[in-house]
Ligand binder design. Structure first.
Ligand SMILES: [Zn+2]
Length: 56
């Protein structure tokens, strides 16, 4: 079962869902629209250096 990870750019809250949203789900903490975090299966980004050039 693939999971879709979304991140709130406002409070950095992350949440995984098993369904894909056309528009990001609302953040459960600040209720802003979350944006998709693109992660490749089997690849883990650890430490810093991830997110600086993220767009979309
Ligand atoms: Zn939030």
């Amino acid at each position: 079962m693939p999971t879709y990870e979304y991140e709130c750019k406002d409070c950095n809250h992350r949440q995984e869902y098993q369904i894909r949203f056309e528009v990001g789900p609302d953040c459960e903490k600040c209720f802003r629209t979350m944006t998709r975090v693109w992660t490749a299966p089997g690849i883990q980004f650890k430490g810093t250096g991830w997110g600086g050039s993220y767009s979309g």
